[in-house]
Design a protein around this ligand. Structure first.
Ligand SMILES: [Zn+2]
Length: 228
């Protein structure tokens, strides 16, 4: 699955888990958690893509440690990380017991495929609905210092896409618009990156206004914005 789907599915699953557990996982962490297993792209060629970081034997202990250390927020974040394995195994396969076995499992619905396009763009649509419902949309509609954190998933989304394309000798523009199935996914990536970038702008505005009016009784960042 592409980063669009990973990021959107992890937002949905970790935010809904957080709501169940009454833990307020920040939006930037919810978007980031699902992309983390693909951070192996940053460490190529030391780490082969789709190996160590896509093994349940590695991710499960990490998730347990995070859950014990950070409690309910850690559980919600960990579920976001693990969602990566679920979504990758739907459209492809994952080496679930790596490094002890190279055996891969998954439904392998295909990438690109109609199924993948539906899963990725459908998740983006669901993110928009959930973000409206849980008030996370306020992160991009008004100045808020918390919104600055959205730069982290945005940075990961952009750099991983460029690195992945570079590693595979692909011209990003050709790749993005080469097939019909990719077109919707490309638009989805642009929309998600645009929304995250808007959040970064709102975060920057909040910081600037705080610097200009340090004694303001109620800065925009103090206005409560989100619920789990
Ligand atoms: Zn992956």
């Amino acid at each position: 699955m592409f980063l669009l789907g990973h990021s959107c599915w992890s937002y949905l699953i970790s935010k809904l888990t957080g709501r169940k557990l009454q833990a307020n996982l920040s939006a930037w962490l919810a978007f980031l958690s699902g992309i983390l297993p693909d951070f192996d792209i940053y460490f190529r060629p030391i780490l082969a893509h789709h190996t160590w970081t896509h093994s349940i034997l590695i991710l499960l202990p990490i998730s347990l440690i995070l859950s014990i250390r950070f409690g309910r927020v850690g559980i919600a974040f960990s579920i976001g990380i693990l969602s990566h394995l679920l979504t990758d195994s739907l459209v492809g396969t994952i080496p679930v017991l790596y490094p002890f076995s190279d055996q891969t499992i998954g439904l392998n619905l295909g990438i690109p495929s109609i199924a993948d396009t539906t899963l990725e763009t459908g998740a983006l649509f669901a993110v928009l609905l959930l973000a409206y419902n849980n008030k996370d949309y306020l992160l991009i509609t008004r100045p808020n210092k918390k919104s600055l954190w959205l730069i982290v998933p945005l940075y990961a989304l952009l750099t991983l896409s460029v690195l992945f394309a570079g590693d595979n000798g692909i011209s990003l523009a050709n790749f993005a618009f080469s097939r019909k199935a990719f077109t919707l996914i490309t638009i989805g990536h642009v929309i998600l990156a645009g929304l995250l970038a808007l959040g970064v702008v709102q975060g920057t505005r909040a910081v600037i206004s705080e610097v200009r009016h340090p004694n303001s009784p109620r800065t925009p960042s103090q206005i409560p914005t989100t619920k789990p």
